[in-house]
Design a protein around this ligand. Sequence first.
Ligand code: HEM
Length: 192
Amino acid sequence: MEQSLVRKEVLPFLLLFGSLLLATLVIDVLLHRFALVGIGRWLGIPGTMLILLSFLYSLRKRKMIGFGKPKTLLNLHETLTWLGALMVLVHAGVHSYTILPWLALAAMLVNVVSGMTGKFLLDRSRRFLSEKREAYAAQGISGEEIEKRLFWDATAFDLMKQWRTVHLPITLAFGVLVIAHVFSILLFWQWK
Ligand code: HEM
C-alpha cells in the first residue's frame, strides 16, 4: 500500500513539478546564453493567456459553455497551466525588485502545487472506484445496486471536495495579485 502510494502518487507528482522547475532553469540559462533575456520580459503575457484559456474546463463544468468533453478539457487545463506557469516562471526570472510580482509568483506556485495535488487525489479516487466496481461485479451484485453502493463509496472521497475548497480560493488570491501586478506595470509604464 505504502509502496503504491509512492509509485502512483508521490513520484508522478515530483516528476510533474520537478520537470516544471527544470524546464524553467534550462530556458532561463539558454536565454542568458544567447542574450535573449528581453524575450523573457514578454513571456508573462502568453503565459497568462494560456492560464486563462485553461479555464475553459471551469466554464464547461459550470455549464457556461456546452462544447468539449470534460475529460479532454481537464487534460487541457493541466497542460495549459503547466505551460503557462513555465512561461510565467521564465518571465519572473527576469529579476524584479518590487514585492507585488513576487507575491503573484508565490501565489501561482501554490496554485500549481495545489492543482497537481488535486490531480493525484482525483486519479486515486477514480482508481479506488473502478476497483470497487470490479469487486462488486465479481460478487455478482446487480448493476443498479453497484451504482448505489458506488455513490456512497464516492462520498468517501470527501477529500476531493475538501481539496476544492483550497484550490478555488487560492486561484482567487492568485487572480487578484496578477491583476494588481498588471495594473502597477501599466501605471508605471514608460512610454518612450
Ligand atoms: C496557474 C495555476 C492554476 C490555476 C489558476 C488553476 C485553477 C483552477 C480552477 C479555478 C479550478 C476549478 C474549476 C471549477 O470547479 O470550476 C481548477 C480545477 C482543477 N485543477 Fe487547476 N489550476 C491551476 C493549476 C493546475 C495544475 C498544474 C493542475 C494539475 C496538473 C490542476 C488540476 C486541476 C484539477 C484536477 C481540477 C479539478 C477538477 C474538478 O474538481 O472538477 N490545476 N483549477
